[in-house]
Design a protein around this ligand. Structure first.
Ligand code: ATP
Length: 515
């Protein structure tokens, strides 16, 4: 068994070696927490985006998309609360000179208590065998109950002091818990300060007339400011949604987890406008719907869990995260927030324009409530990639590295391989490529022995290898090899297109969302 840290390192090096993710401007030593997607990465990213877009926009007749600009009028960010409140509490260690998010240090401390609980549970399960009742154990065992109480007290106190902007108490909590710098072990901390995460820039050439702008820290505001434009021109009736994918920028204090936390990243967001008072049912609806979307990809139901928020953002009346089991543990992958009428009301106030909906049935105007689903495309990419990478022991005592990507998302759907580079086999293989490439991303590969080519495609995540051999000349059949099972079948060239479609078609996968 390899440990989590090694597995994560493997994911990062595999991503680079196979053209998925490169450090940005690497020839200049890279740029911290900024990454570029390579030739395979861009395909996987596009496929994830398309899978989301199809599920959210194309499959919902009451959801439409937009593509708003990254730059927005600076008042947008005053209205949204980002200028005043888009802060993270920062703390420095005086000895190691390392900077941390104070809330993350405290949350990590709680995660350590949680792992103690897991150990107690595992021990008890072993001791009691079949008679073990986990539910009963965690609610009655004094040690475990004590651990849960401690976590609860810590998180409540942190939530309260952050909510009241009592940063001295956040520091006091870190000191009381004797939290040490994870790198140096030192407990020599500075005071906690607030740090605004927005990147500023300037619009305009002359110094005095230039306007201070921000690079958007979320795509949501581009949707809110266009609410009426879309509602009126699209004749949309509540409930309806507006979806958008695009870049967002945050000057993250700590960004050491590859593409999990980047300074430039992409979001896929949908804001669903609803009648005030219906937010509870829509919150539940979108929680279920989004979880089904994730589960449709078959990456293991046990790898997802909801984490309901104790401490709510200033705009929310309910919030949950869909967490995924990344190589470094369960972490937020997507957020689902009931945002009330906060955003539209704020924009009404700051712009002086009405942002209301006239409900013909009720014969009244109101500011709609909003239900948001917000997922990081790069985080989803990391979830897919890290879940897919496996090192498999084979029967002949060798191992193979295989990227078991969901076929619908795989960058390349099939590799077409002539067994040898002669006897007319390359010509047939190239003809198959010409035919298939209208519908699928396929590659031609004739270099090296066929076994090595299979391994290469396994590591690339290609679900099918199609081999043209001498029998093909006589009977127009080829061998199709399945990446995950390594099973091989003889099929007619004419059947290839249908066969691949049946495995990679978005419809086949997305239909699982509706069960
Ligand atoms: P976190 O608590 O991890 O900082 P958040 O709660 O601030 O995330 P949201 O503002 O709700 O995140 O953003 C929605 C989604 O955008 C997140 O669920 C995540 O998938 C993604 N996201 C947010 N920040 C980053 C980042 N720095 N890099 C990559 N993805 C991000």
């Amino acid at each position: 068994m390899i440990n989590q840290e090694d597995q994560f390192k493997k994911v990062i090096s595999h991503a680079k070696e196979y053209g998925y993710v490169f450090p940005s401007s690497e020839i200049y030593e890279g740029l911290s927490a900024v990454y570029d997607y390579g030739q395979n990465g861009v395909e996987l990213k596009n496929n994830i985006r398309a899978y989301w877009w199809k599920a959210m926009v194309q499959m919902h007749d009451n959801i439409v998309g937009i593509d708003a600009a990254i730059f927005m009028h600076p008042t947008t960010w005053k209205a949204s609360g980002h200028v005043d409140a888009f802060n993270d509490p920062l703390i420095d260690n005086k000895d190691s000179k390392k900077r941390y998010r104070a809330d993350v240090l405290i949350e990590d401390y709680c995660a350590k208590i949680e792992s103690k609980i897991d150990k107690e549970v595992a021990k008890a399960a072993k001791r009691f065998g079949d008679a073990f009742n986990k539910e009963e154990f965690v609610t009655t065992n004094p040690r475990v109950v004590g651990y849960y109480q401690k976590i609860d007290e810590i998180l409540k106190r942190m939530g309260k002091s952050l909510g009241a902007n009592d940063l001295a108490d956040v520091k006091a909590l870190i000191e009381e818990l004797q939290i040490a710098d994870p790198l140096s072990g030192s407990r020599n901390w500075t005071d906690v300060k607030q740090f605004n995460l927005m990147f500023g820039t300037k619009l305009g050439a002359s110094a005095d007339s230039a306007m201070d702008l921000y690079l958007r820290p979320e795509t949501a505001q581009g949707i809110f400011v266009n609410f009426l434009n879309v509602q009126k021109t699209g004749r949309m009736k509540i409930p309806f949604g507006i979806a958008q994918t695009g870049k967002a920028f945050r000057n993250e204090i700590v960004a050491r987890q590859f593409i999990f936390r980047m300074r430039e990243f992409e979001q896929m967001e949908m804001q669903f406008f609803i009648k005030p008072g219906t937010q509870k049912e829509w919150f539940k609806h979108w929680k279920d719907t989004r979880l089904k979307w994730h589960l449709s990809l078959g990456m293991g139901d046990e790898n997802y869990r909801f984490h309901d928020h104790e401490k709510l953002a200033h705009y929310a009346d309910a919030a949950t995260d869909i967490e995924f089991k990344f190589p470094f543990g369960f972490k937020e992958l997507e957020g689902i927030h009931s945002r009330t009428d906060f955003d539209l009301k704020q924009h009404e106030e700051f712009s002086g324009k009405k942002l209301q909906y006239f409900d013909h049935e009720e014969n009244e105007s109101y500011v709609p409530y909003v239900l948001e689903t917000s997922i990081g495309l790069d985080r989803m990419f990391l979830a897919v990639l890290s879940n897919a990478l496996v090192e498999e022991e084979l029967e002949n005592n060798t191992t193979r590295t295989v990227l078991k990507l969901p076929a619908v998302l795989a960058p390349t759907k099939a590799a077409i391989l002539p067994l040898v580079k002669k006897d007319g086999l390359p010509e047939i293989a190239k003809k198959i490529v010409e035919d298939l490439k209208w519908d699928f991303n396929v590659v031609y590969d004739e270099k090296d022995a066929v076994g090595r080519r299979y391994r290469r495609q396994d590591a690339n995540g290609t679900p099918f290898c199609i081999t043209v051999d001498h029998d093909t000349l006589d009977d127009q059949t080829v061998t199709i090899r399945y990446r995950d099972t390594m099973e091989q079948k003889r099929v007619k060239i004419d059947e290839l297109s249908q066969l691949i479609k049946a495995e990679v078609d978005e419809k086949v996968w997305l239909e699982k969302c509706s069960v």
